[in-house]
Design a protein around this ligand. Structure first.
Ligand code: AMP
Length: 447
């Protein structure tokens, strides 16, 4: 019960409004220690409720400093939440907004990829809780837009990914700017040796909380493997998505940005509304794609590992690994996008013969093996519109062998949809945050 966690009634009110009835395991384990001021190292994947696990006790601890004063001096940065990607930073800040909606604590988010000047006004007004990607945070420090000398709580979210993305030098610099006397919370999906070293160097006598077993995938995700040659993957994926009905969405993973862009375009051409999010897209494009996905306007969102970090999409039923990740741990992150907060989910990996070695690495990590089912292949999908409404075959794959259509060999051109997005006006520099909130379909409502 949340009521037994010693949280302020105004924080409990926000939780209740979100419809949460019970704390998730990571919340139940972490909240009492964070409230007690301990450093914490928590192993928790996205989807376990980790954001509330650190935000709720953080708000509680900052409540004595809450102030309705307009003076910026009364609103120094007291909590810093670092996240590896813009998407995660935005989502974390949205959660902070949600849980703090009945308390006078201010928060904002800063991340790269948009004009730094647009983020300055919110910082100058003063915020108690700052969510940031490391590079942009340092840019703001250099521009003297903020001071970090009053930070009492530092939270490293998805710390493993921050290290994977090469943020260690930035992290080290940021840590030198913070008071030595502080509480540090580290959240990571995996506890690699590097993470342990980071914790050893920057945390003091931390409590360790393990919400999921080491490197295990969520138990409520049904995982399967379909052996299919690279050339046949598109047909198999298209059939699979159609067989489930276009209302049923999937997050599809590729290894590279180029593959993500190409696949989204090809699926679109197959009559399956799709978009891609990857590092070459602007922040606005990514937000638009995510927004369209959340609203159900697109069936397939094709993503690279980095771009998909931290995506919080409720009730996503299916994750497809169109290509297996190079790093086996990314498989765990990928499939953690489905089966979130107790819901059941499915993860299907389309594995080409040349990917067998990667599959074996994943099996080693998960300590399980997957039956290698061979996908039945069809390339008739693009040609046959009647097929779209066709009843799915047993597994949703059409059992017919057709040679590769030369359309697949055509060079890549940007889709009209992508071109249109590229022409969109950029952010209104006066109101970056509101615009992001609007794009994400949630306006920050504060009392
Ligand atoms: P996170 O792991 O923080 O990304 O959270 C995953 C999802 O779980 C989010 O959509 C949260 O809104 C939701 N969530 C967090 N805590 C709870 C809870 N105690 N009960 C139900 N849903 C929750």
């Amino acid at each position: 019960m949340f009521s037994s966690l010693n949280l302020d009634p105004q924080i409990l009110r926000a939780i209740e409004e979100e419809g949460y009835t019970e704390p998730t395991p990571v919340q139940a384990q972490a909240i009492p220690h964070v409230l007690a001021g301990r450093d914490l190292m928590a192993m928790a994947q996205t989807g376990t409720g980790k954001t509330a696990a650190f935000t709720l006790p953080l708000l509680q601890r900052l409540l004595p400093h809450a102030s309705t004063s307009a003076s910026p001096a009364r609103h120094p940065v007291r909590a810093l939440i670092l996240a590896p990607t813009r998407e995660l930073a935005i989502q974390v800040e949205e959660s902070v907004e949600t849980y703090s909606r009945h308390v006078p604590l201010r928060s904002t988010v800063v991340f790269g990829g948009i004009d730094i000047k647009t983020q300055k006004p919110a910082l100058m007004k003063g915020v108690e809780i700052l969510v940031a990607t490391p590079g942009r945070l340092l840019d703001h420090v250099e521009s003297k837009n903020l001071m970090l000398n009053q930070v009492q709580v530092l939270i490293l979210d998805e710390a493993d990914r921050m290290l994977d993305m090469g943020f260690m030098p930035d992290l080290k610099r940021i840590l030198t700017l913070l008071p030595k006397q502080r509480q540090t919370l580290l959240f990571s999906a995996t506890f690699s040796d590097d993470i342990k070293k980071l914790a050893h160097d920057f945390l003091v006598n931390p409590i360790t909380v393990e919400a999921e077993r080491r490197n295990t995938a969520a138990a409520n995700v049904i995982q399967s493997v379909l052996m299919v040659d690279q050339d046949n993957k598109l047909g198999v994926l298209a059939d699979l998505l159609r067989s489930r009905g276009l209302g049923s969405q999937a997050l599809v993973f590729t290894r590279t940005k180029l593959a993500a862009a190409r696949l989204a375009r090809k699926l679109d051409r197959e009559g399956i509304p799709s978009d891609a999010i990857h590092g070459d897209k602007t922040q606005l494009e990514r937000i638009k794609a995510l927004d369209a996905f959340k609203e159900g306007k697109i069936t397939a969102l094709v993503a690279t590992d980095v771009a998909a970090r931290g995506l919080d999409i409720d009730q996503l039923p299916l994750v497809v690994n169109y290509e297996l990740p190079t790093n086996a741990e990314d498989y765990v992150h990928r499939i953690g996008r489905t089966g979130r907060a107790g819901a059941s989910g499915e993860a299907i990996s389309l594995v080409g013969g040349e990917e067998e070695r990667r599959l074996v690495e994943i099996e080693k990590l998960l300590k399980r093996s997957f039956p290698r089912e061979r996908a039945a292949v069809s390339h008739s999908s693009r040609a046959s519109s009647s097929h779209r409404a066709a009843k799915p075959a047993a597994h949703g794959y059409v059992k017919k062998n057709v040679p590769v259509d030369d359309w697949f060999l055509k060079p890549y051109e940007p889709s009209p949809a992508a071109a249109k997005i590229a022409e969109q006006p950029s952010f209104n520099p006066d109101k970056p945050k509101k615009q992001i909130a609007a794009l994400l379909c949630r306006s920050p409502a504060k009392n």
